[in-house]
Design a protein around this ligand. Sequence first.
Ligand SMILES: *Cc1c(COP(=O)(O)O)cnc(C)c1O
Length: 234
Amino acid sequence: MTTIADRLAIAQQRIIEAAQLCGRNSCEISLLAVSKTKPIADIIAAYDVGQRQFGENYVQEGVDKVQALKSTCPDIKWHFIGPLQSNKSRLVATHFDWMHTLSREKIAQRLNDQRPQDMAPLNVCIQVNISAEDTKSGVDIAELSQLATAIANMPALRLRGLMAIGTATADSELQRQEFTQLKQAFDTLKQSFAELDTLSMGMSGDLDNAIACGSTMVRIGSAIFGERDYGANH
Ligand SMILES: *Cc1c(COP(=O)(O)O)cnc(C)c1O
């Protein structure tokens, strides 16, 4: 049976190989371990072999994990990567280090207002809709610059880059088209916001193509922790 440590090592190797294939240095690409629906013991198993960045999708589940691991694993960086309703923004502002799914100015304003003064600014990525399916959330590329300008003026937020979820498809060409679109939007935005350094794209099924298209952070869940069992809580 493979362990979480084995699968984490395999995921790291996939990142190295994908980077080599396109002539990139794998140091430019960080691995976010997506632990949603998984127990604390799984997070600790990855932590014990050096993983420090974890992603969660559900606010309350994420906060419970942050609090449970605060004293034993104080150097974990917690990333919120799920949809956020404005009435839950305070929990993200007070417990997380990163937020990847920002797509509304109203929520940005709330996170800025609610971020405690004794915490570092909340790192944020704007979620962009690149999917051919109309159902995905995120801003359209045309609205990006306006939202980025608003966020850049919020002192408790630090705009780091863009995030997207690719269409779930086995069509490698379509994956690359979407990721290339996001990379181009990122490069354009960087002309106005030179400090941007994060392109959060790629998951278990498409991380190789995401890296080929310029990803700097891949969000990997099932390839490390196994398939998720969505029980009644989600
Ligand atoms: C669940 C999730 C992931 C991880 O997906 P896997 O296919 O399990 O790697 C990455 N990003 C987001 C936004 C997610 O919701």
